[in-house]
Write a protein that binds this ligand. Sequence first.
Ligand code: AMP
Length: 391
Amino acid sequence: MAISVLVINCGSSSIKYALISERREDRIYGLAENLGAADARIKGITVGGEALELSIPYADHAKALETLLERLANYNPQAIGHRVVHGGNITQAERLTQQTIDRIRDAIPLAPLHNPANLIGIEATMSLFPQLPQVAVFDTAFHQTMPEHAYRYAIPQFLYTEHQVRRYGFHGTSHAYVTERASELAGQKNQGGWLSAHLGNGSSTCAVWNGQSIDTSMGLTPLEGVVMGTRSGDVDPSLHLFLANNLGWDIQKIDNMLNKESGLLGLSGLSNDMRTLVEASEKGHEDATLAIEVFCYRLAKSLSALSCGLPRLDGLVFTGGIGENSAYVREKTLAYLPHFGLQFSKENNDTLARGTEGRIDAGTGPQIWVIPTDEEGRIAKETRQVLAQIA
Ligand code: AMP
Protein backbone atom coordinates (compact mmCIF):
# COMPACT_ATOMS: atom_id res chain seq x y z
CA MET A 1 0.00 0.00 0.00
CA ALA A 2 1.21 3.52 -0.78
CA ILE A 3 2.25 5.47 2.30
CA SER A 4 0.31 8.64 3.05
CA VAL A 5 2.28 11.81 2.46
CA LEU A 6 1.55 15.26 3.82
CA VAL A 7 2.38 17.79 1.11
CA ILE A 8 3.26 21.28 2.31
CA ASN A 9 3.52 24.31 0.03
CA CYS A 10 4.58 27.32 2.10
CA GLY A 11 4.18 30.81 0.67
CA SER A 12 4.99 34.14 2.30
CA SER A 13 1.62 34.48 4.07
CA SER A 14 -0.10 31.19 3.34
CA ILE A 15 0.44 27.45 3.53
CA LYS A 16 -1.28 25.01 1.20
CA TYR A 17 -1.46 21.45 2.50
CA ALA A 18 -2.74 18.12 1.27
CA LEU A 19 -2.69 14.70 2.84
CA ILE A 20 -2.32 12.27 -0.02
CA SER A 21 -3.06 8.60 0.38
CA GLU A 22 -3.68 6.07 -2.31
CA ARG A 23 -6.95 7.29 -3.74
CA ARG A 24 -7.39 10.83 -5.05
CA GLU A 25 -10.93 10.93 -3.60
CA ASP A 26 -9.57 10.40 -0.06
CA ARG A 27 -7.54 13.58 -0.04
CA ILE A 28 -7.69 16.05 2.79
CA TYR A 29 -6.53 19.48 1.71
CA GLY A 30 -6.73 23.15 2.47
CA LEU A 31 -5.02 26.42 3.04
CA ALA A 32 -3.83 28.41 6.05
CA GLU A 33 -4.04 32.04 5.01
CA ASN A 34 -3.48 35.62 6.19
CA LEU A 35 -0.73 34.35 8.49
CA GLY A 36 0.48 36.91 11.03
CA ALA A 37 -2.80 38.87 10.79
CA ALA A 38 -5.85 39.01 13.09
CA ASP A 39 -7.94 37.10 10.56
CA ALA A 40 -5.47 34.25 10.06
CA ARG A 41 -7.44 31.07 9.42
CA ILE A 42 -7.37 27.55 8.10
CA LYS A 43 -9.87 26.63 5.39
CA GLY A 44 -10.08 23.16 4.02
CA ILE A 45 -11.85 19.94 3.24
CA THR A 46 -11.84 17.09 5.72
CA VAL A 47 -12.30 13.37 5.09
CA GLY A 48 -15.75 12.86 3.63
CA GLY A 49 -15.60 16.19 1.86
CA GLU A 50 -16.83 18.36 4.74
CA ALA A 51 -15.71 21.98 4.90
CA LEU A 52 -13.37 23.04 7.68
CA GLU A 53 -12.86 26.63 8.82
CA LEU A 54 -10.75 27.45 11.83
CA SER A 55 -9.76 30.86 13.13
CA ILE A 56 -6.11 31.09 14.28
CA PRO A 57 -5.65 34.82 15.12
CA TYR A 58 -2.10 36.13 14.57
CA ALA A 59 -0.77 32.62 13.99
CA ASP A 60 2.60 32.56 12.25
CA HIS A 61 3.77 29.74 9.95
CA ALA A 62 4.98 27.57 12.84
CA LYS A 63 1.77 27.99 14.84
CA ALA A 64 -0.40 27.31 11.79
CA LEU A 65 1.60 24.18 10.96
CA GLU A 66 1.38 23.01 14.57
CA THR A 67 -2.43 23.40 14.50
CA LEU A 68 -2.65 21.66 11.14
CA LEU A 69 -0.37 18.84 12.08
CA GLU A 70 -2.26 18.23 15.34
CA ARG A 71 -5.46 17.86 13.36
CA LEU A 72 -3.85 15.66 10.75
CA ALA A 73 -1.93 13.45 13.20
CA ASN A 74 -4.96 11.12 13.49
CA TYR A 75 -4.58 10.34 9.83
CA ASN A 76 -1.05 9.21 10.44
CA PRO A 77 1.05 10.82 7.72
CA GLN A 78 4.18 8.74 7.19
CA ALA A 79 6.25 11.34 5.37
CA ILE A 80 6.22 15.02 4.51
CA GLY A 81 6.89 16.35 1.01
CA HIS A 82 7.74 20.04 0.68
CA ARG A 83 7.34 22.06 -2.48
CA VAL A 84 10.48 24.14 -2.89
CA VAL A 85 10.52 26.67 -5.69
CA HIS A 86 14.22 26.96 -6.45
CA GLY A 87 16.72 24.15 -6.14
CA GLY A 88 19.54 25.79 -8.13
CA ASN A 89 21.13 22.94 -10.08
CA ILE A 90 19.59 20.11 -8.00
CA THR A 91 18.25 17.56 -10.48
CA GLN A 92 15.71 15.60 -8.44
CA ALA A 93 13.75 15.48 -5.19
CA GLU A 94 15.98 14.98 -2.13
CA ARG A 95 15.51 13.78 1.41
CA LEU A 96 15.93 16.81 3.67
CA THR A 97 19.30 16.86 5.35
CA GLN A 98 21.26 19.84 6.61
CA GLN A 99 23.15 19.81 3.32
CA THR A 100 19.94 20.07 1.27
CA ILE A 101 18.64 22.83 3.53
CA ASP A 102 21.91 24.72 2.99
CA ARG A 103 21.50 24.39 -0.78
CA ILE A 104 17.93 25.73 -0.57
CA ARG A 105 19.31 28.64 1.44
CA ASP A 106 22.09 29.17 -1.12
CA ALA A 107 19.39 29.50 -3.82
CA ILE A 108 17.63 32.38 -1.98
CA PRO A 109 19.19 35.06 -4.24
CA LEU A 110 17.57 33.24 -7.18
CA ALA A 111 14.10 33.09 -5.54
CA PRO A 112 14.06 35.77 -2.83
CA LEU A 113 10.28 35.70 -2.39
CA HIS A 114 9.76 31.94 -2.38
CA ASN A 115 12.69 30.02 -0.89
CA PRO A 116 12.67 31.82 2.51
CA ALA A 117 8.97 30.91 2.96
CA ASN A 118 9.66 27.31 1.89
CA LEU A 119 12.44 27.15 4.50
CA ILE A 120 10.12 28.38 7.26
CA GLY A 121 7.79 25.46 6.51
CA ILE A 122 10.66 23.00 6.44
CA GLU A 123 12.11 24.19 9.73
CA ALA A 124 8.69 24.15 11.44
CA THR A 125 7.77 20.62 10.36
CA MET A 126 11.26 19.30 11.14
CA SER A 127 11.05 20.54 14.70
CA LEU A 128 7.39 19.47 15.13
CA PHE A 129 7.79 16.05 13.50
CA PRO A 130 11.45 15.10 13.90
CA GLN A 131 10.58 11.41 13.53
CA LEU A 132 9.00 11.77 10.07
CA PRO A 133 11.10 11.55 6.92
CA GLN A 134 10.88 14.78 4.93
CA VAL A 135 11.62 15.39 1.27
CA ALA A 136 12.07 18.55 -0.79
CA VAL A 137 10.57 18.51 -4.30
CA PHE A 138 11.84 21.33 -6.48
CA ASP A 139 9.93 23.28 -9.16
CA THR A 140 13.19 23.68 -11.04
CA ALA A 141 14.44 20.07 -10.94
CA PHE A 142 12.44 18.71 -13.91
CA HIS A 143 14.07 21.29 -16.18
CA GLN A 144 17.63 20.30 -15.28
CA THR A 145 17.61 18.02 -18.33
CA MET A 146 17.54 21.08 -20.64
CA PRO A 147 20.56 21.13 -22.96
CA GLU A 148 23.05 23.93 -22.46
CA HIS A 149 21.99 25.69 -25.66
CA ALA A 150 18.50 26.03 -24.14
CA TYR A 151 19.50 27.16 -20.66
CA ARG A 152 22.34 29.61 -21.33
CA TYR A 153 21.73 33.32 -21.86
CA ALA A 154 23.85 35.07 -24.48
CA ILE A 155 25.67 37.17 -21.88
CA PRO A 156 29.30 37.03 -20.63
CA GLN A 157 30.34 33.56 -19.43
CA PHE A 158 31.44 34.54 -15.94
CA LEU A 159 27.87 35.48 -15.04
CA TYR A 160 27.03 31.80 -15.49
CA THR A 161 30.18 30.21 -14.15
CA GLU A 162 30.60 32.48 -11.11
CA HIS A 163 27.05 33.67 -10.42
CA GLN A 164 24.81 30.84 -11.74
CA VAL A 165 22.95 33.19 -14.10
CA ARG A 166 21.14 30.82 -16.48
CA ARG A 167 17.63 29.71 -17.34
CA TYR A 168 16.17 27.34 -14.72
CA GLY A 169 12.43 27.09 -15.44
CA PHE A 170 9.60 26.51 -12.98
CA HIS A 171 6.24 24.66 -12.70
CA GLY A 172 8.33 21.49 -13.17
CA THR A 173 6.02 19.24 -11.15
CA SER A 174 3.03 20.36 -13.23
CA HIS A 175 4.70 19.99 -16.64
CA ALA A 176 6.09 16.60 -15.60
CA TYR A 177 2.71 15.38 -14.38
CA VAL A 178 0.54 16.52 -17.29
CA THR A 179 2.90 15.41 -20.05
CA GLU A 180 3.39 12.01 -18.41
CA ARG A 181 -0.37 11.66 -17.99
CA ALA A 182 -1.21 12.79 -21.54
CA SER A 183 1.38 10.48 -23.09
CA GLU A 184 0.04 7.65 -20.92
CA LEU A 185 -3.53 8.34 -22.11
CA ALA A 186 -2.20 8.41 -25.67
CA GLY A 187 -0.75 4.95 -25.11
CA GLN A 188 2.91 5.99 -25.20
CA LYS A 189 3.90 6.84 -21.63
CA ASN A 190 6.83 9.26 -21.58
CA GLN A 191 7.52 8.78 -25.26
CA GLY A 192 7.66 11.24 -28.11
CA GLY A 193 7.40 15.00 -28.18
CA TRP A 194 4.93 16.98 -26.12
CA LEU A 195 4.31 20.66 -25.59
CA SER A 196 2.61 21.74 -22.41
CA ALA A 197 0.94 25.02 -21.46
CA HIS A 198 0.46 25.56 -17.73
CA LEU A 199 -1.87 28.56 -17.62
CA GLY A 200 -2.76 29.87 -14.18
CA ASN A 201 -2.00 33.08 -12.39
CA GLY A 202 1.59 32.19 -13.23
CA SER A 203 1.94 30.64 -16.68
CA SER A 204 4.66 28.78 -18.52
CA THR A 205 5.21 26.46 -21.45
CA CYS A 206 7.46 23.43 -21.73
CA ALA A 207 8.74 21.08 -24.43
CA VAL A 208 9.20 17.47 -23.33
CA TRP A 209 10.95 14.74 -25.30
CA ASN A 210 10.67 11.14 -24.06
CA GLY A 211 9.69 12.34 -20.58
CA GLN A 212 12.47 14.92 -20.21
CA SER A 213 12.16 18.69 -20.25
CA ILE A 214 14.20 20.08 -23.11
CA ASP A 215 13.09 23.70 -22.94
CA THR A 216 10.70 25.91 -21.03
CA SER A 217 9.55 29.52 -21.15
CA MET A 218 10.50 30.67 -17.65
CA GLY A 219 14.13 31.51 -17.00
CA LEU A 220 16.33 32.70 -14.15
CA THR A 221 13.11 33.74 -12.41
CA PRO A 222 9.41 33.07 -13.06
CA LEU A 223 9.10 36.43 -14.83
CA GLU A 224 10.44 35.33 -18.22
CA GLY A 225 8.19 33.93 -20.91
CA VAL A 226 4.47 34.21 -21.63
CA VAL A 227 2.00 36.82 -20.39
CA MET A 228 0.69 36.03 -16.88
CA GLY A 229 -1.91 37.39 -14.44
CA THR A 230 0.23 40.26 -13.16
CA ARG A 231 3.65 39.39 -14.68
CA SER A 232 4.73 40.84 -18.00
CA GLY A 233 6.59 37.82 -19.36
CA ASP A 234 9.26 38.76 -21.92
CA VAL A 235 10.05 42.42 -22.44
CA ASP A 236 13.03 44.10 -24.03
CA PRO A 237 15.65 44.20 -21.22
CA SER A 238 16.40 47.81 -22.24
CA LEU A 239 13.00 48.75 -20.85
CA HIS A 240 14.77 49.04 -17.48
CA LEU A 241 17.16 51.66 -18.83
CA PHE A 242 14.36 53.48 -20.62
CA LEU A 243 12.25 53.74 -17.45
CA ALA A 244 15.24 54.72 -15.31
CA ASN A 245 16.42 57.40 -17.73
CA ASN A 246 13.07 58.83 -18.72
CA LEU A 247 10.84 58.33 -15.69
CA GLY A 248 13.50 58.22 -12.96
CA TRP A 249 12.29 54.81 -11.71
CA ASP A 250 14.61 52.76 -9.52
CA ILE A 251 15.19 49.04 -10.00
CA GLN A 252 12.73 48.00 -7.25
CA LYS A 253 9.93 50.03 -8.78
CA ILE A 254 10.59 48.53 -12.19
CA ASP A 255 10.71 45.00 -10.79
CA ASN A 256 7.48 45.58 -8.89
CA MET A 257 5.76 46.91 -12.00
CA LEU A 258 6.87 43.93 -14.11
CA ASN A 259 5.88 41.35 -11.48
CA LYS A 260 2.77 42.82 -9.89
CA GLU A 261 1.22 45.43 -12.17
CA SER A 262 1.70 43.98 -15.63
CA GLY A 263 0.41 40.97 -17.58
CA LEU A 264 -3.37 40.66 -17.99
CA LEU A 265 -3.87 43.25 -15.25
CA GLY A 266 -1.56 45.80 -16.84
CA LEU A 267 -2.91 45.34 -20.37
CA SER A 268 -6.59 45.40 -19.42
CA GLY A 269 -6.40 47.93 -16.59
CA LEU A 270 -9.16 45.80 -15.14
CA SER A 271 -8.14 42.45 -13.63
CA ASN A 272 -5.58 39.68 -13.51
CA ASP A 273 -8.40 37.13 -13.57
CA MET A 274 -9.10 35.57 -16.95
CA ARG A 275 -12.75 34.87 -16.08
CA THR A 276 -13.39 38.56 -15.39
CA LEU A 277 -11.67 39.50 -18.64
CA VAL A 278 -13.64 37.07 -20.78
CA GLU A 279 -16.90 38.38 -19.28
CA ALA A 280 -15.83 42.00 -19.79
CA SER A 281 -14.72 41.30 -23.34
CA GLU A 282 -18.12 39.78 -24.14
CA LYS A 283 -19.65 43.07 -22.99
CA GLY A 284 -17.40 45.05 -25.31
CA HIS A 285 -14.50 46.04 -23.00
CA GLU A 286 -11.79 46.69 -25.63
CA ASP A 287 -8.80 46.55 -23.31
CA ALA A 288 -9.98 43.21 -21.89
CA THR A 289 -10.30 41.90 -25.46
CA LEU A 290 -6.78 43.08 -26.26
CA ALA A 291 -5.36 41.52 -23.07
CA ILE A 292 -6.84 38.11 -24.02
CA GLU A 293 -5.56 38.45 -27.58
CA VAL A 294 -2.01 39.30 -26.45
CA PHE A 295 -2.12 36.42 -23.94
CA CYS A 296 -3.17 33.88 -26.61
CA TYR A 297 -0.84 35.18 -29.33
CA ARG A 298 2.20 35.24 -27.06
CA LEU A 299 1.32 31.79 -25.77
CA ALA A 300 1.12 30.40 -29.32
CA LYS A 301 4.40 32.11 -30.14
CA SER A 302 6.08 30.53 -27.13
CA LEU A 303 4.76 27.05 -28.00
CA SER A 304 5.97 27.46 -31.59
CA ALA A 305 9.40 28.53 -30.40
CA LEU A 306 9.74 25.62 -27.98
CA SER A 307 8.72 23.16 -30.70
CA CYS A 308 12.19 23.76 -32.23
CA GLY A 309 13.63 21.52 -29.53
CA LEU A 310 11.38 18.57 -30.44
CA PRO A 311 12.37 16.12 -33.18
CA ARG A 312 8.63 15.40 -33.58
CA LEU A 313 5.41 16.83 -32.16
CA ASP A 314 3.01 14.19 -30.83
CA GLY A 315 0.76 16.34 -28.73
CA LEU A 316 -0.09 19.49 -26.82
CA VAL A 317 -1.47 19.65 -23.28
CA PHE A 318 -3.38 22.49 -21.63
CA THR A 319 -3.49 22.74 -17.83
CA GLY A 320 -3.76 25.23 -14.92
CA GLY A 321 -6.87 27.25 -13.99
CA ILE A 322 -7.11 28.89 -17.43
CA GLY A 323 -5.89 25.93 -19.51
CA GLU A 324 -8.29 23.54 -17.79
CA ASN A 325 -11.35 25.78 -17.78
CA SER A 326 -11.28 28.22 -20.64
CA ALA A 327 -12.40 26.70 -23.96
CA TYR A 328 -12.24 30.25 -25.33
CA VAL A 329 -8.52 30.72 -24.58
CA ARG A 330 -7.72 27.24 -25.94
CA GLU A 331 -9.60 27.97 -29.17
CA LYS A 332 -7.98 31.37 -29.65
CA THR A 333 -4.51 29.97 -29.00
CA LEU A 334 -4.97 27.06 -31.38
CA ALA A 335 -6.14 29.46 -34.08
CA TYR A 336 -2.58 30.87 -34.11
CA LEU A 337 -1.03 27.41 -34.61
CA PRO A 338 -2.48 26.05 -37.87
CA HIS A 339 0.92 25.14 -39.33
CA PHE A 340 1.52 22.26 -36.88
CA GLY A 341 -1.44 20.37 -38.30
CA LEU A 342 -3.18 20.78 -34.96
CA GLN A 343 -6.85 20.19 -35.74
CA PHE A 344 -9.16 20.76 -32.84
CA SER A 345 -12.75 19.65 -32.37
CA LYS A 346 -14.85 22.64 -31.40
CA GLU A 347 -17.48 20.38 -29.96
CA ASN A 348 -15.06 18.44 -27.75
CA ASN A 349 -13.39 21.66 -26.66
CA ASP A 350 -16.64 23.40 -25.77
CA THR A 351 -18.27 20.48 -23.99
CA LEU A 352 -15.31 19.30 -21.90
CA ALA A 353 -16.52 19.33 -18.29
CA ARG A 354 -14.53 21.32 -15.76
CA GLY A 355 -11.96 19.40 -13.81
CA THR A 356 -11.97 16.44 -16.20
CA GLU A 357 -9.35 15.02 -18.52
CA GLY A 358 -10.26 15.08 -22.16
CA ARG A 359 -9.00 15.02 -25.70
CA ILE A 360 -10.01 17.96 -27.86
CA ASP A 361 -8.33 17.30 -31.22
CA ALA A 362 -10.31 16.24 -34.27
CA GLY A 363 -8.51 12.93 -34.66
CA THR A 364 -5.88 13.97 -37.19
CA GLY A 365 -2.52 15.63 -36.53
CA PRO A 366 -0.93 15.89 -33.08
CA GLN A 367 -3.18 15.05 -30.15
CA ILE A 368 -4.52 17.89 -28.00
CA TRP A 369 -5.34 17.16 -24.36
CA VAL A 370 -6.73 19.03 -21.40
CA ILE A 371 -5.34 17.53 -18.20
CA PRO A 372 -6.13 18.94 -14.73
CA THR A 373 -2.75 19.36 -13.08
CA ASP A 374 -1.91 17.56 -9.85
CA GLU A 375 1.17 19.14 -8.36
CA GLU A 376 0.41 17.80 -4.87
CA GLY A 377 -0.04 14.26 -6.20
CA ARG A 378 3.25 14.54 -8.08
CA ILE A 379 5.07 15.85 -4.98
CA ALA A 380 3.68 12.92 -2.96
CA LYS A 381 4.80 10.49 -5.68
CA GLU A 382 8.33 11.91 -5.81
CA THR A 383 8.48 11.88 -1.99
CA ARG A 384 7.62 8.17 -2.00
CA GLN A 385 10.21 7.50 -4.71
CA VAL A 386 12.98 9.18 -2.69
CA LEU A 387 12.07 7.22 0.41
CA ALA A 388 11.90 3.95 -1.52
CA GLN A 389 15.39 4.56 -2.95
CA ILE A 390 16.94 5.00 0.49
CA ALA A 391 14.88 2.34 2.31
P1 AMP B 1 -4.53 28.84 -11.05
O1 AMP B 1 -3.40 29.80 -10.70
O2 AMP B 1 -4.07 27.60 -11.76
O3 AMP B 1 -5.46 28.55 -9.90
O4 AMP B 1 -5.45 29.60 -12.13
C1 AMP B 1 -6.07 30.83 -11.86
C2 AMP B 1 -6.61 31.41 -13.15
O5 AMP B 1 -7.58 30.50 -13.73
C3 AMP B 1 -7.34 32.74 -12.98
O6 AMP B 1 -6.90 33.66 -13.96
C4 AMP B 1 -8.78 32.38 -13.25
O7 AMP B 1 -9.49 33.44 -13.81
C5 AMP B 1 -8.62 31.26 -14.26
N1 AMP B 1 -9.87 30.52 -14.45
C6 AMP B 1 -10.49 29.68 -13.62
N2 AMP B 1 -11.67 29.27 -14.17
C7 AMP B 1 -11.78 29.87 -15.39
C8 AMP B 1 -12.74 29.86 -16.44
N3 AMP B 1 -13.85 29.14 -16.37
N4 AMP B 1 -12.51 30.64 -17.54
C9 AMP B 1 -11.39 31.39 -17.63
N5 AMP B 1 -10.44 31.42 -16.69
C10 AMP B 1 -10.63 30.68 -15.57
